[in-house]
Design a protein around this ligand. Structure first.
Ligand SMILES: C[S@@+](CC[C@H](N)C(=O)[O-])C[C@H]1O[C@@H](n2cnc3c(N)ncnc32)[C@H](O)[C@@H]1O
Length: 204
């Protein structure tokens, strides 16, 4: 049993996935803007994967770009995936992402508000680098829960979750272990009592 997947499965049943989608929309717009600015990938045919896709809204959004020839979303929560597949656009797989084996590589590997739920982030990033990101491909990760964003540090208790809390430096170092050609970090949407979404972008 994975407590995080169980909690988000209940969120989907209670239709809280929609408020999460609204809450994450501006940070995801910013992540798309970074992709547009940093990589020419969006200008020609590309594939895309969303890790921890929730109800699949980012998959539907990226498929509005006619250059996206394939988009796959993965999430462990059955009710999130049930919602995602109702739209009949994009491919979706219900799986725990830590045990998921990537059978093909993607030009853009995307993840919003998911990777800090993993038990072993190092193993997962290793798997991403070696088996999920295409040559010259991009990885873009957004996280709101990190050490410096102190108003998020009570989420485990508040929402019945088990998080893996890293600092900005620790996130950056996790990517720096790999020979990406470029790694960038941003804090988007900072305001009082909120350090913003930490966005990490890396290109092979
Ligand atoms: C905060 S939600 C974000 C969902 C979506 N990215 C969004 O922005 O709306 C985190 C998602 O990660 C999924 N998740 C967490 N841990 C997971 C795991 N080990 N395997 C698969 N999915 C997981 C949850 O089911 C949930 O849908």
């Amino acid at each position: 049993m994975n407590i995080n997947i169980e909690t988000f499965n209940n969120w989907a049943k209670e239709n809280k996935d929609k408020s999460m989608e609204r809450g994450h929309a501006s940070s995801v717009d910013q992540m798309f803007k970074i992709l547009k600015d940093e990589t020419p990938a969006l200008e020609s045919s590309f594939s895309f994967i969303d890790i921890g896709c929730g109800n699949g809204w980012v998959i539907r959004k990226i498929l509005e770009n006619k250059n996206c020839y394939y988009a796959l979303g993965i999430d462990g929560a059955k009710h999130m995936i049930n919602k995602a597949t109702r739209y009949k656009t994009g491919d979706f797989i219900q799986s725990d992402i830590e045990s998921f084996n990537f059978e093909k590589k993607f030009d853009i590997v995307f993840s919003m508000e998911t990777l800090y739920y993993l038990k072993n982030i190092d193993n997962f990033i290793d798997k991403l680098y070696n088996t999920a990101i295409n040559k010259k491909g991009s990885l873009i990760i957004g996280v709101d829960h990190y050490k410096e964003n102190t108003s998020t540090l009570n989420w485990d208790k508040e929402y019945n979750l088990k998080t893996n809390t890293l600092s900005i430096k620790e996130w950056y170092e996790k990517l720096s272990k790999y020979p990406f050609s470029s790694i960038k970090k941003y804090q988007y949407g900072r305001k009082e009592n909120w350090e913003g979404t930490l966005i990490l972008y890396a290109q092979k």
